[in-house]
Design a protein around this ligand. Structure first.
Ligand code: G16
Length: 547
């Protein structure tokens, strides 16, 4: 009997909407939740094949639309070390999602199996989870049909954060290796990161309460469990926007994306000077911090500020450990504030490279560095220790107690960091650790450099696919002539910079601008957004002019 004998029958239960073309974008498929049934079913089939192509290793499937509106949902595959799906497979995902008939679904599976030389006798293994969205149960049922159609050994991790699923996949696939990553359970996750945190902060002065805006998403219950597991005044938190039961609240006027884009505190949070605040996004893979100064002015500590804090701390520890040939590097995207890039290059004197938006792109660049810190300005990122760096650290024979302490701290930091993907909870513990060890307030952290005023806008257009970019998405090659308009607008403003790119997670085009002053920055951002709207089929309201 063919390995695909049952696929057509199951597939018939999940017909593809004929009027939608799906694309595996920045972080998998994302669109209106109810339209994704066929796509999620087919993602299950693909996850099975991917597992077989990896000789039966576990592949992850996460059902989430992260920072998007609650009506959206999405699905992405997690590769065997907990990293984003290998890019050569993204095309397969798009192809199968768009197959127009059940028999075509089977044909595509057969052709991938042949192209990849897959041994169909291997029993596939898939681990899956979802976030709190209302369309989650429907899509989970579709996924389970896809897994049943290929007789997958499946593990349901329930409702967890996206980075927790990445962690579970890595744990499962390293369980019997010389370096197991951890126990693939929620409590294993909390114990691993919680214990590493306590090892690093033990004996230091206690920090004040951290107020966490959980975007009314899955991060709320999970961070409470983490706090219970840590059970120490070193992690004294208050969770706001933690309502996952009431429909219509997820990511609305709260969460990391709202705070970063609007540069203001989330709903329900009144900032008090010297208070400490952070926001997760809806699936807790991003984090930003913020505070109000003595005049009540809001200040954002975004992914750029996190990467500079972390890179500085790691650089100093590596130096204290006496490891001379270990270089800490930083990976950023075009959204990185110009001041952060200058600070990394000119003050920290660390190498920095640019990657396209999407942690999958940054991750690969960071892998090339000895210790690579990658963060998007939106607060999504982590740190990777290259295997060569690990070997070098293992080879060090400390000559002084200070050197031994630095090495111990580096090992503990590695245990504290979720190396599979950006993780709001693990990143939060990392930031907390550094602030506690340095005895810093958020204001002291912020003092390293001053951001140029920046603005991120969304423009809805008829067809975002006409937008093509080059140079790490900093220049448009299509629509023809639009980049020239952007360049001429940028030239009018001191320290002006702006770029336009199609979103890979929302049906919109993103416009970023920065300039020397807030007024110049906003004028530039709205002028560029207006040009995009006028010249590339803007829909709805034209971006409001800055007054
Ligand atoms: C996802 C990706 C991020 C990316 C963001 C926005 O985040 O994982 O790397 O920066 O989408 O992408 P785009 O500008 O293409 O829409 P999340 O938190 O939504 O999973």
């Amino acid at each position: 009997m063919s390995a695909f004998a049952q696929v057509a029958e199951y597939s018939a239960k999940h017909p593809k909407p004929s009027d939608i073309t799906f694309e595996y974008g920045t972080a998998g498929f994302r669109t209106i939740g109810e339209t994704l049934e066929s796509t999620v079913f087919r993602a299950g089939l693909l996850a099975a094949l991917r597992s077989q192509s990896k000789h039966g290793q576990v592949i992850g499937v996460m059902i989430t639309a992260s920072h998007n509106h609650e009506r959206d949902n999405g699905v992405k595959l997690v590769d065997s070390m907990g990293e984003m799906l290998q890019q050569s497979w993204e095309g397969y995902c798009t192809d199968i999602a768009n197959a127009s008939s059940d028999s075509q679904v089977v044909d595509i599976l057969a052709s991938i199996a042949q192209l990849e030389g897959i041994d169909m006798s291997i029993r596939p293994k898939v681990a899956y989870a979802r976030d709190t969205r209302p369309s989650g149960p429907l899509l989970q049922a579709a996924l389970e049909d896809g897994l049943a159609a290929l007789d997958v050994e499946a593990t349901n991790f329930g409702i967890v954060t996206t980075p927790q699923l990445h962690y579970f996949v890595r744990c499962l696939n390293t369980a019997n290796s010389p370096s197991p990553y951890g126990e693939p359970t929620e409590s294993g996750y909390n114990t691993k990161y919680g214990q590493a945190f306590l090892r690093l902060v033990d004996g230091k002065p206690l920090p004040s309460t951290l107020h966490i805006d959980a975007a009314n998403g899955v991060g709320a219950p999970q961070v409470r469990k983490l706090a219970d597991a840590i059970g120490s005044p070193y992690f004294n938190i208050e969770v706001n926007n933690g309502d996952t039961d009431t429909l219509g609240k997820l990511n609305i006027d709260c969460g990391a994306d709202y705070v970063k884009s609007n540069q203001r505190s989330p709903v329900g949070t009144t900032l008090v000077p010297s208070g400490r605040y952070c926001s997760f996004d809806g699936d807790a893979d991003r984090i930003v911090y913020y505070y109000a100064d003595d005049h009540g002015i809001f200040h954002l500590l975004d992914g750029d500020k996190i990467s500079t804090l972390v890179a500085t701390y790691l650089r100093d520890l590596v130096a204290a450990a006496g490891v001379t040939d270990l270089q800490v590097g930083v990976v950023q995207t075009a959204y990185a504030n110009g001041s952060s890039t200058s600070y990394i290059k000119d003050t920290l004197r660390l190498p920095t490279v640019f990657a396209k938006t999407g942690v999958k792109h940054l991750h690969h660049e960071a892998e090339k560095m000895s210790i690579g810190a990658y963060f998007e300005a939106n607060g999504h990122g982590t740190v990777l220790f290259n295997p060569c760096a690990v070997e070098k650290l293992q080879a060090v024979r400390p000559a002084t107690p200070a050197q031994a302490d630095a090495i111990n701290r580096l090992w503990a930091l590695r245990d504290l960091i979720n190396e599979s993907v950006g993780d709001a909870m693990s990143d939060m513990l990392l930031v907390e650790t550094i602030l506690i060890c340095k005895g810093w307030t958020l204001e002291q952290w912020d003092a390293a450099y001053t951001d140029l005023p920046s603005r991120l806008l969304k423009v809805v257009v008829n067809d975002r696919n006409i937008f093509k970019t080059t140079d790490a998405e900093q220049k448009l090659t299509s629509p023809l002539g639009l980049q020239g308009v952007v360049d001429s607008l940028v030239a009018k403003f001191p320290k002006g910079r702006s770029f336009v790119r199609p979103s890979g997670t929302e049906d919109a085009v993103r416009v970023y601008a920065e300039a020397a002053t807030r007024s110049d920055c906003d004028q530039l951002a709205y002028a560029v957004a207006g040009a995009v709207f006028d010249k590339a089929g803007g829909r709805g309201d034209r971006p409001a002019e800055f007054l």
